[in-house]
Design a protein around this ligand. Structure first.
Ligand code: ASP
Length: 361
């Protein structure tokens, strides 16, 4: 059980942050996180109980997928009562996918799960890894005056921003400020102090609800990124992939797509076969509004669902989770258009966020 001393579990999965230079050949190698205090002696200055668990073997995040999300979620579940918060060290490349996946897997979360990583290895002189790690630990342990955590959701801490996990995206391959959340304000800004914006956080689950972890998913999904000139045979091949159950279709502007009958017929034929197609925009900022232009209205007629301002990462992770519930198709479609963990901005017809909706019932 947590003691008066704050306690944080660091889960190291892999990625640049955990690398140091081999003094003999200069190669970057993963170091043993058991000895993290040798590499980041600063963390001794927290008067926290800090323990580490490492994936074995550690993974480049390009190799990670829902199986790895399950592994992280299981570790959090198994140690949930023993810590105030969790820091997940992760490669930056697919961090936004993992953060999204975990946000749907971990239901009734009352503690912070903070993902972070770095652009430069922790063992390199100008590393951003130490600062990101130290700040993530501080956030994972932080409590307000009532002793409640400032955040009770899956989030990404990078550079000076704490972002909702299922709202963020990697925007830079080489800048320290590598993540943004274009459609949702930061949960906190990090400077001399950490300023939490409490209006932005997810409301805590109803008192008494305990953590549930969803392990099943269905990865028979695909991204379909539209471009001017996309051919009928490409669309047809994608929509006829054997076993396909879901499509995240990346459209133009506010959710627009070609109006050609071959295209709309192909979509309609796929949705009639029970394939779930979700419309998200290729634009970094803004919302899909399917009733704004005729093209959007025609997509509704073809059975395409509105993804609002979801990131593609969040939409694909959510689709895999929902398909993995084995619920009836209508229910999956309804939940896909319901904000479950604050993953999109709701329109006025919906409650702010239906965190009360369980993926388990
Ligand atoms: N390829 C690395 C990864 O995502 C890059 C990084 O950590 O930033 O695992």
């Amino acid at each position: 059980m947590p003691t008066d001393r704050a306690s944080v579990l660091i889960i190291y999965t892999g990625g640049t942050i955990g690398m140091i230079e081999n003094p003999h050949n200069g190669a970057l190698e993963a170091f043993d996180f058991e000895y993290i205090e040798q590499h980041v002696p600063e963390i001794k200055r927290f008067n926290f109980k800090i323990n580490t668990l490492s994936f074995d073997p550690v993974m480049d995040s390009s190799d990670m997928g829902p199986d790895s999300w399950v592994k992280i979620a299981e570790i959090i579940r198994d140690h949930y009562e023993d810590y105030d918060g969790f820091v997940v060290l992760h490669g930056t490349d697919t961090m936004a996918y993992t953060a999204s996946g975990l946000s749907f897997m971990l239901e009734n979360l009352t503690k912070p799960v903070v993902l972070t990583g770095s652009q430069l290895p922790i063992g390199q002189l100008r590393t951003d890894g130490k600062e990101n790690l130290i700040t993530a630990i501080e956030i994972a342990a932080a409590k307000d005056a009532d002793g409640k955590p400032y955040v009770n959701e899956v989030c990404v801490l990078f550079d000076s921003l704490l972002l909702r996990g299922n709202r963020c995206t990697k925007i830079s391959a080489d800048q320290f400020s590598a993540f943004a959340s274009p459609n949702y304000p930061p949960l906190a800004r990090v400077g001399i102090n950490i300023h939490y914006d409490r209006r932005m956080r997810l409301s805590p689950p109803t008192e008494g609800k305990s953590l549930k972890v969803k392990m099943s998913y269905d990865s028979n999904v695909v991204f379909l990124k539209l471009f001017p000139g996309i051919s009928e045979s490409v669309i047809s091949s994608i929509l006829n992939i054997k076993g396909l159950k879901g499509v995240v279709m990346e459209t133009f502007g506010s959710g627009n797509a070609p109006c050609s009958s071959w295209f709309l017929n192909a979509l309609k034929e796929a949705t009639d076969r029970g394939i779930v197609i979700v419309n998200v925009t290729q634009c970094m900022v803004g919302n899909v509004e399917m009733t704004r232009y005729e093209t959007g209205i025609k997509l509704i007629g073809a059975g395409v669902l509105c993804g609002y301002d979801s990131t593609p990462e969040s939409a694909v992770a959510k689709l895999m989770m929902l398909l993995g519930t084995g619920r009836p198709l209508d229910e999956i479609k309804r939940l896909m258009m319901t904000s479950l963990r604050g993953e999109f901005t709701v329109d006025h017809n919906q409650d702010e966020c239906s965190c009360a909706v369980s993926l388990f019932d």
